[in-house]
Design a protein around this ligand. Structure first.
Ligand code: SAH
Length: 210
């Protein structure tokens, strides 16, 4: 089976199972060639619905997780989005398909992963900005953001990430240590925060210098 057919089948199944509901998310998942983001020996499995190793002990999330998170974040075209944990750049590409060029800002801790993702995304024609650093700080020079998401799990959402959201902005990410939950929070206009949880998840822990 060619990559495109395998990808379409995977996404058809995610739609049928109700894992992915928004048309914008579906179109983005259909558009991004996931096999280009995984090491060459993993290409044949790129369209199974599971996480895959990307080097440095890190993993690219399973397609259903990227789809669910994109549905929960629900970014609109033209919105500015902060990503914490670029990894191989796959999730970034899915989001960039929706928000468009120059609207996705991603922070990656591992310089090698960041450099590879920058090259790969550039080659595939995505205009995404990537900074090497600790995502606990967010990206204050590029704030405010309409939305933000994390692909690594902190024990609690770092305050700077909430502060860098515009009022009304949304953040989605895994939170917790041994047990992680997917959290969506919305920053209210009065500065308060509304928070919902969306089930148990497993992401790599968010690293920090200390
Ligand atoms: N979205 C990625 C998944 C990456 S896995 C993809 O589609 O491939 C999680 C990533 O978070 C890893 O690349 C890891 O290096 C990164 N990470 C871990 N701690 C971090 C931190 N404090 N700041 C920024 N990135 C971090």
């Amino acid at each position: 089976m060619d990559f495109e057919t395998a990808r379409d089948r995977l996404i058809d199944r995610l739609r049928e199972r109700g894992v992915v509901e928004r048309d914008a998310t579906t179109a983005a998942l259909r558009a991004v060639p996931r096999h280009e983001f995984v090491p060459s020996e993993g290409r044949e499995t790129a369209y199974r619905d599971r996480p895959l190793p990307i080097g440095g002990g890190q993993t690219i999330s399973a397609p259903h997780m990227v789809g669910m998170m994109t549905d929960l974040l629900a970014p609109d075209p033209g919105e500015r989005v902060l990503e914490i944990g670029t990894g191989c750049g796959y999730h970034a590409a899915v989001t960039a398909e929706i928000v468009g060029d120059d609207n996705l800002f991603s922070v990656e801790y591992d310089p090698k992963l960041a450099a590879d993702a920058r090259d790969r995304l550039g080659d595939l024609g995505y205009d995404v900005s990537i900074r090497v650093g600790d995502g606990h700080e967010g990206w204050v020079e590029r704030a405010p953001f309409d939305a933000a998401y994390l692909t690594c799990a902190p024990p609690e959402i770092p305050d700077p990430l909430v502060e860098q959201l515009r009022p009304g902005g949304t953040l989605v990410g895994p939170v917790g240590r041994s047990r992680q939950r997917l959290v969506r929070l919305r920053r209210r206009a009065d500065g308060g925060v509304e928070r919902e949880t969306h089930g148990d998840v497993r992401f790599v822990p968010m690293r920090r210098d200390d």
